[in-house]
Each structure stands twice: as structure tokens, then as C-alpha cells.
Design a protein around this ligand. Structure first.
Ligand code: ADP
Ligand code: MG
Length: 703
């Protein structure tokens, strides 16, 4: 299976080179895992007269005539016709002309396969795939002929989607069942009635029937998901067993005093449950690596704060030094807001909280660094400034990463180095992650969900309006302001550096101003190009209700909390992704007032954007929105998961194979509970498979 592809019959050094470059095919195994796109039923041949605009791919059989080139230089193309007695079809090639011309024989009957198009009412096929027609072949070696993904370059060397089948066929002839030893335990194979691995590989390429094809796909998809879950599960289990972390074995005075006297509300059941999960982790002596997800406004911050108080209640046994915590936020605004909120909550408590950001300078910065190093600071809040080399902690025990997708893996890994025993890590997401992604991309983290909003929240009423309704929208803002509410008007900022985006923002600001003249109304504006103090002043004026309207870019996207704001207007809403829209909308509906979100767009809205807007208007549920987002965008595009090797499935899809994923996850859990080192005889096939096929990703400690 590991033999280089050039050892295969029909693959010389040149083709091997192309296969490597074009399709990443290096070994026999890669050839076997280059799965067909679909199969063509050879016995099914269409009549040309029956082809119409709705036909996509088709196969016809007919006599080839009139092969000739037309045009000069770059416009040169090869044209031929095929007649099947019911009609004519034109065949066209723009590339590989010489090779095609040499191999075609006028007068010969061919099976012609390809995508049908119509040109001036004439039926046509561009770059069709041809094969000499032999009527008896239909019932021959295979009933369904595989069509493989190929590239233009490979096609021009005679390796089109159908020719590739010859290579695979040769390889399967050369191999036998013993080359593909069983890698699943007997019990699982029996329970799920899987066909053998060897059979699966044979039938996924050359199925003897559609039923066998279905069996093959099912088995191979399961394998992919099962082994991916197993690798993740092993990493998780290894960490649980071997990676030591600080032990917080008591809940002490700070936590209890705060909980009893200063907690401004009753925790929701979900918050209590998550807190218990965290307490169990941090008391175990093993390092915690936990992903906390919850919808916008579900109250993740208070859970983080309570956890940090537990840290401060505990001391390092060697020197009696209390544990410190750090809370890292993706933007300065958010860091400041956390700082303001937390210092207000802790104002009567003997807990020292400090803020460190890029704009902490000079003497105050020095003092903060000193406090960290000496251990007098209990909780340090900040931007990524807190993980810089210069920041040294006396005894860091707990780290919270808020809105995790804004940080890279490397940045988070910095946290590990801040103490000799790595601190516990709590990673909080901005919006929910679809369950399938949580199981795969973040499958090596433990994971908690706050699946309940604090009581009294009303759904945010969301509507889509076209720009020509802007005056009415402005009137609506006026009416809300008259009731004492505040409003956000957000402009897209695709690129931090894009001049046009800023011009739009400025234009928008002037326009809003013309509707809301001073001194009756006051407007704050916040964007990424302002110096930190200016941002902060504008933000604070809005927080303190000195201004009624906040015009901003998406810098306010994450986490900003102004409960009196009840109206969110999103300009050019068609330019935002779903999770971003949901995040933005989450800035309102934080108090008990009825809140609104208005999505403004230009007159032209693409189909995808229309669907996004529709979903936003239809639901407030971040979990549902996350699922839809995954469906629309596909897993490759979800932020923060691009590097994840556990998403590169060849057959399985976390969008359509949820059930298989759940089944494999449960099986893996049972298996690792019973046999964490895979030493039982029945698990030997799994173990040997893992040894041969090492996972591509290296356990990066936190990802
Ligand atoms: P997010 O999960 O989006 O970070 P926050 O932690 O900012 O949400 O909480 C949103 C708001 O809900 C805050 O004003 C917070 O004080 C409030 N809150 C959190 N938990 C509760 C609760 N159990 N009951 C009432 N209000 C709560
Ligand atoms: Mg938050």
C-alpha cells in the first residue's frame, strides 16, 4: 500500500509526476483513496434526440465523423460529430488537440460521455470522454463504471475521469485481501453489518451493484470518522491521564463571599452545571482544556469570573502562593469592558484586578508587570498583550480565552509556558459551534455548553429592509430613542485597511447625523483606526447614555454589553456572514425591553445572502444558525478550523454524515473507557491500523 505510484502498471515516471503534482497521489494507498465522483451505468445509453436543456451528464453511442480543427492560435479547437441514428452532437476540444486527434478514428463507433450543453440550439459536448463502443462490454467486468475527478492537465495526458479507472483496476488486480487487513473489531463489524475492508475498496471503485456500492461507502465513511474520533479520543484520554495541572481542591472564602453577597442574579441551571464541570476538572490535579460554548448573551463571563475566584481561593502547596488568573479578550474594547464589569462586581472584595492592553504604557505598565511577577495581582484582564514574553506571572493557574476564534493556535499555546505546571484553560466561543464541528475540529478539548439564556430575555424581532426604506428606518430609531432606548448602526468593515469601507462609514455617519441633529441627539462613533482612548471615550459615552446612537464598524461585534440599547441597524447586511450577523444582533436584547434588528441591503442580493437574511429573520437560536452556517459554507470555511487535520475527510462529511459521526463517537468513548491503551486482543486490529496510519496532525497542546 505504501509503494510509490510509479511502480504501478500504466503509470510511468511522467504520469507519476503529474499525479503527484495535480492530485497529491504518491502511493498505492492514495490511488485507492482517490474515490470516484460517481458511476456511469454502462448499459444506459441516451439517444441524442432525447437530450434537452435539463440533461446534465450523459452517455451516447454513435459513429464519429468529420474530425477537423478550426480557428488559429489560441482560438484553435478540434471539432467532430457523433451520429447515433436519432441525431447529431457536436464534440469540441480546446486543449490536448494533437493527442486527441491522433487517437480518434473517423468511422468508428464510440461511447461518448460528458456534460451536455446547447449552443445556438445545437447539442454540444466540450472535452467529452470517448471509448470504443463494444456492445458486450456492458455486462462485463463491472456494471457501473467509475468516473474520477481529474484535472485539465491530466486529461491532456490521457488521464481523464474514465481512463483513471484503468489504473485503479490494475492496482486492485495486483492487490488481495491480505494487503488490506481488517482494522475494526469483530464486534463492531457484526453489529453494523459492515462488509470487509477489501470488499469495500473493490466495490467503491467497481461496484457489482448499487447496493454493494452503498455498503462500501458506508463502511469507508465509518472508518474515516471512527479513526478520526479515536485519534482525538486518545489525545483527550492521554491528557486526562498524564498532563498535570494545578489542583484547586477547595472552594474558599472569595468564591463563597462573592456567590452569597455580590452575585447580582441567580445562575441559570446551565451556568451551574458548567461551573460544576469546571470545578471537577480543576480539582482533579490534571490540566483542564475546556471549550465553553453558549449563545450570545448566555452569560459565559460570570462563569469565567467564578472560576477565577476559585483559582484565587487556592494556593500552590510548595510556597503557599495563591493562583493567579488571566482573561484574554480579542479587542481592546472588550478587554476594557470585561475589566469595568468585573471590577464593579468585585469592588468590595479583596481581589486585585488589573487591565493590560497594547495602550498600557510607561509607569502603569511597569507596575502591572511587577504586580504579576510578584503575585499581588489576582486577575489580569487584557488583550493579547497579556501573553507577551515580558509578562511573567508568579503563579498563573487559570487562563480564560474569550471569543476564541479570534486567536490563533500559536497565541494560545503561549499560555502554556506561563507556569511550570501549565494553567487550566477555558476557551469561550463567541457564538455556538455546530455539534459536528465541536466533535471534530475541537474534539480533543473537553466541552461544556450553556444551552439556556438568562430568564426574561425576549426574542429580538428581526426584519430585512431595502435601502430605499432608510428614512422609515431612521424614523423608527427616533421612536425608540423617544422611549429612552439607544441604537447601534453598524457598517461592514471587510478589511481593516480598506479605504472604501471607511469612506462608507464616514458617509453613513454624516447621513445619520443629518437625521439626528445635535443638540437634541448625540452620536458616538467607534472604528478600528481611532486611538484606543478615543474609542474608549466614545464607547463610555454610549454606555453612560450620553449618546443615543452608536455608529460603528464591526469592532463592536464581540461581546459589547449595553443593556439599554434595543435597536441594531446593520448596513449592507448582505456582506456579512451568518455568525457575524448573529453576533452583531446579540448586542441588543440584553435588557428586558423588546429589541429589534433591522438588516438593510441594496436592491441586489445574491441567493446565498438572501438565505442568510431569511435565516436571521426566522430564528434567534444561535445553535440553529451555526448549523445552517455550516451547511451553507461547508466546513472548510469556518473560522479557526482551517488548520484542523481532523476535517480533511475524503468521503465523509460533517454536514451530511452526522449520524455516522455520532455512532463513531459513542463507540470510541465506550472502547476507550474499557480499554484506554488498546491492549485487549479484540482491539488489536485498531491498534495496528493506528500504528501504520499515523494521524497527520501533531497534537499541538491546545487547538
Ligand atoms: P456572553 O455569553 O455573550 O459572553 P455575557 O456573559 O456578556 O454573555 O452575559 C450577558 C448578560 O447577561 C450580562 O449583562 C450578564 O450580566 C447577564 N447575565 C448573565 N448570567 C445571568 C443570569 N443567570 N441571570 C440574569 N442575567 C445574567
Ligand atoms: Mg462574552
Amino acid at each position: 500500500m505504501q509503494s510509490p505510484v510509479e511502480y504501478l502498471k500504466g503509470v510511468g515516471p511522467q504520469r507519476a509526476d503529474l499525479l503527484k503534482k495535480e492530485l497529491n497521489i504518491f502511493t498505492f494507498k492514495d490511488v485507492l483513496e482517490h474515490y470516484p465522483l460517481r458511476h456511469l451505468d454502462k448499459t444506459k445509453v441516451d439517444k441524442i434526440v432525447n437530450l434537452n436543456y435539463s440533461t446534465e451528464y450523459t452517455q451516447v453511442a454513435g459513429k464519429l465523423t468529420d474530425i477537423h480543427t478550426v480557428g488559429e492560435k489560441s482560438a484553435r479547437r478540434l471539432v467532430a460529430y457523433v451520429h447515433d441514428g436519432t441525431g447529431d452532437m457536436e464534440l469540441v476540444w480546446f486543449q490536448g488537440i494533437n493527442w486527441v486527434e491522433k487517437t480518434l478514428q473517423p468511422g468508428q463507433v464510440y461511447l461518448v460521455f460528458g456534460k451536455v450543453s446547447f449552443f445556438n440550439g445545437k447539442v454540444q459536448m466540450t472535452h467529452p470522454e470517448l471509448e470504443v463502443f463494444s456492445p458486450e462490454k456492458g455486462g462485463g467486468k463491472s456494471f457501473l463504471d467509475p468516473i474520477y475527478p481529474s484535472t485539465e492537465k491530466l486529461k491532456s495526458r490521457g488521464l481523464n475521469g474514465r481512463a483513471f479507472a484503468k489504473i485503479t483496476y490494475c492496482l486492485l488486480q495486483q492487490l488481495s485481501a491480505k494487503d488490506l487487513p481488517e482494522n475494526l473489531p469483530e464486534a463492531i463489524i457484526k453489529q453494523y453489518r459492515f462488509i470487509s475492508r477489501w470488499e469495500a475498496y473493490c466495490h467503491i471503485h467497481f461496484p457489482s451493484s448499487e447496493e454493494m456500492y452503498t455498503h462500501a461507502v458506508r463502511r469507508l465513511k465509518f472508518e474515516e470518522l471512527f479513526f478520526s474520533q479515536l485519534r482525538l479520543g486518545l489525545r483527550r484520554a492521554t491528557r486526562h491521564r498524564f498532563s498535570h495541572g494545578p489542583r484547586f481542591d477547595k472552594v474558599g472564602n472569595l468564591f463563597n463571599t462573592f456567590y452569597e453577597n455580590y452575585l447580582p442574579f441567580e445562575l441559570t441551571n446551565a451556568q451551574k452545571r458548567v461551573l460544576k464541570e469546571i470545578r471537577k476538572d480543576v480539582g482533579s490535579g490534571k490540566q483542564m482544556n475546556r471549550l465553553l460554548q453558549g449563545d450570545v448573551g448566555s452569560g459565559k463571563t460570570i462563569v469565567a469570573l467564578l472560576s477565577m475566584l476559585i483559582a484565587a481561593d487556592n494556593v500552590r502547596p510548595e510556597d503557599g502562593q495563591p493562583f493567579q488568573s488571566v482573561l484574554m479578550a480579542p479587542t481592546e474594547i472588550l478587554a476594557r469592558q470585561h475589566f469595568n464589569g468585573i471590577t464593579a462586581l468585585l469592588k468590595d472584595m479583596p481581589v486585585c484586578v488589573k487591565l493590560l492592553t497594547g495602550s498600557s504604557k510607561g509607569k502603569s505598565r511597569k507596575e502591572i508587570l511587577k504586580g504579576c511577577e510578584e503575585g499581588s495581582i489576582h486577575i489580569l484582564i487584557g488583550t493579547h498583550a497579556v501573553i507577551e514574553e515580558k509578562v511573567i506571572f508568579k503563579n498563573l493557574g487559570f487562563a480564560v480565552v474569550d471569543e476564541q476564534h479570534k486567536f490563533g493556535v500559536a497565541q494560545r499555546a503561549q499560555l502554556w509556558k506561563k507556569n511550570s505546571l501549565p494553567p487550566h484553560i477555558l476557551v469561550m466561543t463567541a457564538t455556538p459551534i455546530p455539534r459536528t464541528l465541536a466533535l471534530t475540529a475541537y474534539g480533543d478539548l473537553d466541552y461544556s455548553v450553556i444551552d439556556e439564556l438568562p430568564p426574561g430575555r425576549q426574542p429580538i424581532i428581526t426584519t430585512h429592509r431595502y435601502e430605499n426604506k432608510r428614512p422609515q428606518v431612521m424614523d423608527f430609531i427616533k421612536a425608540e430613542i423617544a422611549k429612552g432606548r439607544q441604537a447601534y448602526v453598524v457598517y461592514p468593515l471587510i478589511e481593516e485597511s480598506s479605504k472604501m469601507d471607511y469612506e462608507n462609514l464616514m458617509k453613513g455617519y454624516e447621513e445619520v447625523k443629518s437625521f439626528f441633529p445635535e443638540p437634541k441627539y448625540w452620536i458616538s462613533m467607534v472604528h478600528g483606526r481611532q486611538p484606543a482612548e478615543q474609542k474608549e471615550t466614545n464607547m463610555q459615552r454610549f454606555v453612560q447614555h450620553d449618546t443615543q446612537i452608536m455608529v460603528s464598524t464591526t469592532v463592536i461585534e464581540v461581546g459589547v454589553n449595553v443593556p439599554n440599547a434595543s435597536l441594531m441597524v446593520i448596513e449592507s447586511a448582505e456582506k456579512f456572514g451568518l455568525s457575524q450577523l448573529h453576533q452583531l444582533r446579540g448586542r441588543v436584547g440584553r435588557g428586558s425591553e423588546k429589541s429589534f434588528c433591522i438588516l438593510l441591503t441594496g436592491p441586489k442580493v445574491s441567493k446565498d445572502a438572501r438565505e442568510r437574511l431569511h435565516i436571521m429573520c426566522a430564528t434567534n437560536d444561535g445553535f440553529k444558525i451555526a448549523e445552517k452556517d455550516l451547511e451553507i459554507r461547508g466546513p472548510g470555511d469556518i473560522e479557526g478550523t482551517k488548520q484542523s487535520g481532523e476535517l480533511n475527510f475524503k468521503l465523509a462529511s460533517i454536514v451530511t454524515d452526522k449520524v455516522i459521526l455520532e455512532v463513531s463517537k459513542n463507540l470510541v468513548n465506550e472502547l476507550l473507557d474499557a480499554d484506554p491503551d488498546l491492549t485487549m486482543a479484540e482491539n488489536l486490529p485498531i491498534k495496528s491500523h493506528l500504528q501504520v496510519h499515523q494521524g497527520k496532525t501533531v497534537w499541538s497542546k491546545i487547538s
